[in-house]
Design a binder for this molecule. Structure first.
Ligand SMILES: Nc1nc2c(c(=O)[nH]1)N[C@H]1C(S)=C(S)[C@@H](COP(=O)(O)OP(=O)(O)OC[C@H]3O[C@@H](n4cnc5c(=O)[nH]c(N)nc54)[C@H](O)[C@@H]3O)O[C@H]1N2
Ligand SMILES: Nc1nc2c(c(=O)[nH]1)N[C@H]1C(S)=C(S)[C@@H](COP(=O)(O)OP(=O)(O)OC[C@H]3O[C@@H](n4cnc5c(=O)[nH]c(N)nc54)[C@H](O)[C@@H]3O)O[C@H]1N2
Ligand SMILES: [Mo]
Length: 652
């Protein structure tokens, strides 16, 4: 029988906590807010504003994210603000911005219904984006072909016309081989390439070595399947190229993204109805958090922090001077703790102790802080490390405001229930702290905050609450109240005149770089980590419900590997990487190819997958290579004793 590895339910936080004599104890709101503000004031006084860092909540509203970055920039005076976007789609934003000047997905959900080919590359929306997947199924129903590129035969792949099972970390060779085949078969959209792109010649030389057979050897995908993908993509009248973390959680993630964008440039599958690029964003409002400026290099509406003209309206509105330099991203904040540069951390709705790679490294870094405040709806493992814990309301049902989804659509959310007694709205807490730090911010309504967003961000200007209500949400850009822009971006690239076309989109000249954690005799299996339908991220929000379908953490392995290792379905196995080891039940899974094993990170209180993952990050976006660790799997009782035990409860 399987052991029950479900996490205990987390209890809602209803009282502030402060640390005293090493322990967290209950406190009044006044005491906790005073302590929180004092710690921030102290850090700034002793080490300057850049010793402060803010993690803002991608599950909370646009309005709260706007206030969180305003607090960071106007009250503290630093640009050190970021969110979990860093752990997932920051490379998509960086790659799209490098190609097209702005980092948003280029098309809309509706267009997936009205297209001829849908390619899902490194994503499993059947499980992770079920609403988007309904649009995919409508597209398929309307006649679109569906091709899935994923090392695992996922539930999404089960619906596909064709599944390309590639080796983890070989997306660039695969994309380059597709590009080369399109060129050699004479299927390039030459007019588009000539008019709207730059760097084609260099790209042609770059992909030339990636023949179908060279790519087959590297990726494991049969040459014939690569050829078919190339021809289908180039010949489709309209095509959608969608990707998620299989592309972005790698040490070379921005390059991965560029290699996919190259395919849309070759074929002109961008900037037209039904054709486009869609990174499916992760958390319910991670798109909005970034749009609001809760990122270290952009102000609200993606305005460049380095540009004085962009900063000026914010400085006037807030009567402050905004630092003319990029702040630290989440990855750099954690490195900055090691280096003594970051001394005070304010975490709103994030659980980095269980979501960052290499748990021990994360804990060591947090331990070096002088002051940490965690504002959450639950007492997370991260909150347990804090000096002050502030109980928040849950934005998705206990607050008013707006969320922005992956297709850039801003939608109203309404308070449906009251927060539990003792918990307070995230915005109200931020305003009380601002007040204690010398900025008399009267707590605004969500609509008042939104109107400030509209005044400062041209791409949101036309979206009044009344319009959002009447029109069931609006997509950015929305420059004026009387207009609606097309549902896809970059139509300019198809204009006849160079002035209207603007900057050409450059091909990304990016080479292959295999995963950092190399396979060898001791660690011969590739572990990739990801999601299941029934659980959410670090499990804090989903551990509380029980269902017979939920099985806790499992080590999924191909039947071939299980048989050659002599392991049975259901038995306890020890999984070890160069960083640590955990015990989990084995699930023999026909969806996995030999050499590949899979785990989630949904049950860290029982099995801490992050002891296995590697802290190797993309140099441009800062995203960690969660998708590729090297591991060894053996029967649980045959441990060599060297590895650290990552199981908090006994394996029985
Ligand atoms: N049910 C549920 N839904 C969720 C979440 C959740 O926890 N639970 N989390 C939300 C969040 S924050 C996010 S960011 C999204 C993530 O959504 P997804 O990115 O779709 O989810 P993952 O399972 O992390 O990874 C997607 C796929 O990448 C594949 N993959 C691994 N390595 C590679 C590779 O080298 N190349 C390619 N091409 N593919 C590879 C994996 O096999 C996996 O099927 O989901 C969101 N939705
Ligand atoms: N091994 C491995 N690790 C990964 C990934 C992977 O694929 N593999 N994926 C990465 C990705 S894509 C992501 S996004 C991260 C997720 O990492 P995190 O964002 O750190 O993890 P979550 O479990 O989503 O934590 C969300 C927290 O927000 C709190 N919260 C929810 N709503 C509110 C609210 O309205 N207000 C406040 N104040 N708090 C709220 C919840 O209680 C919870 O503690 O994990 C990353 N880590
Ligand atoms: Mo995510």
């Amino acid at each position: 029988m399987r052991s029950d590895r479900r996490s205990p339910a987390y209890q809602r936080l209803t009282q502030p906590l402060v640390r005293e004599g090493g322990e967290l104890r209950p406190a009044t709101w006044d005491e906790a807010l005073d302590r929180a503000a004092e710690g921030f004031r102290d850090a700034v006084a002793r080490h300057g504003p850049d010793s402060f860092a803010m993690l803002s909540c991608a599950r909370s509203t646009n309005e709260m994210n706007f206030i969180a970055q305003k607090f960071t920039r106007a009250v503290i005076g630093t640009n050190n603000v970021d969110s979990c976007n860093r752990t997932c789609h920051a490379p998509s934003v960086a790659g799209l911005a490098a190609a097209f000047g702005s980092g948003g997905g280029t098309s809309s959900y509706r267009e997936v219904e009205e297209t001829d080919l849908i390619v899902i590359w490194g994503g499993n929306p059947r499980n992770a984006h079920p609403i988007f997947f309904q649009h995919v199924l409508k597209g398929v129903h309307n006649g679109a072909r569906l091709i899935v590129v994923d090392p695992r035969r996922t539930p999404t792949a089960e619906w596909a016309d064709r599944w390309l099972g590639l080796n983890v970390g070989t997306d660039i060779p695969l994309a380059h081989a597709v590009g080369r085949e399109i060129i050699h078969a004479g299927l390039v959209n030459e007019t588009f390439v000539k008019r709207a792109t730059s760097g084609f010649e260099e790209y042609r030389e770059l992909v030339e070595p990636w023949t179908l057979s060279a790519a087959e050897a590297e990726t494991g995908v049969p040459a014939e399947a690569i050829r078919e993908l190339a021809h289908s993509f180039a010949l489709a009248e309209r095509a959608q190229l969608c990707w998620t973390l299989g592309i972005t959680e790698h040490h070379n993630a921005t390059d991965n993204v560029r290699s996919l964008i190259n395919l849309s440039l070759l074929t002109g599958h961008v900037g037209r109805p039904g054709s486009g690029l869609q990174p499916l964003r992760g958390q319910n409002n991670v798109q909005g958090g970034g749009d609001m400026g809760a990122i270290p290099d952009r102000l609200t509406g993606f305005q460049d922090i380095l540009d004085a003209e962009s900063r000026a309206p914010f400085e006037r509105a807030w009567d402050t001077v905004i630092q003319p330099r990029k702040g630290k991203n989440l990855t750099q904040m954690f490195e900055g703790m090691d280096e003594g540069e970051v001394k005070a951390l304010y975490v709103i709705g994030e659980n980095p102790v269980q979501s960052e790679p290499e748990t021990e490294t994360t804990l060591r870094r947090l331990g070096r802080l002088d002051h940490m405040v965690v504002q959450d709806i639950f007492l997370t493992r991260t909150a347990e490390q804090a000096d002050v814990v502030l109980p928040a309301s849950a934005a998705w049902c206990e607050s008013d405001g707006t969320f922005t989804n992956s297709e850039r659509r801003v939608q109203l959310v309404r308070k449906a229930v009251d927060p539990p007694d003792g918990a307070r709205d995230d915005i109200e807490i931020l305003c009380d702290l601002a007040d204690r730090l010398g900025h008399a911010w009267k707590t605004p309504t969500a609509e008042e905050v939104w109107n400030e967003v509209r005044a400062l961000s041209p791409i949101h200007r036309g979206m009044t609450y009344a319009r959002l209500e009447d029109e069931q949400g609006l997509q950015w850009p929305c420059f004026s109240e009387d207009r609606t822009e097309p549902s896809y971006l970059h139509g300019r690239l198809w204009s006849e005149t160079p002035e209207e076309r603007g900057e050409p989109a450059p091909f990304g000249i990016v080479g292959h770089s295999p995963p950092v954690d190399l396979l060898d005799e001791d660690y011969p299996l590739r572990l990739t980590t990801g999601r299941r339908l029934d659980d959410y991220n670090t499990g804090v929000q989903t551990s509380g419900f029980s269902s017979p379908l939920r099985r806790g953490e499992l080590l999924e392995m191909s039947p071939e590997d299980a048989s050659s290792l002599g392991l049975q379905d259901g038995e306890e196995v020890r999984v070890s990487s160069r960083r640590g080891s955990v015990v989990a039940p084995l699930a023999v899974s026909p969806g996995l190819r030999p050499g590949l094993v899979f785990m989630t990170f949904h049950f860290p209180d029982q099995v801490d997958t992050q002891l296995l993952t590697i802290d190797a990050t993309d140099p441009i976006a800062g995203t960690a290579e969660y998708k590729a660790a090297a591991v060894r799997v053996e029967r649980a009782d045959s441990t060599d004793g060297k590895a650290k035990d990552g199981n908090r409860v006994s394996a029985a």
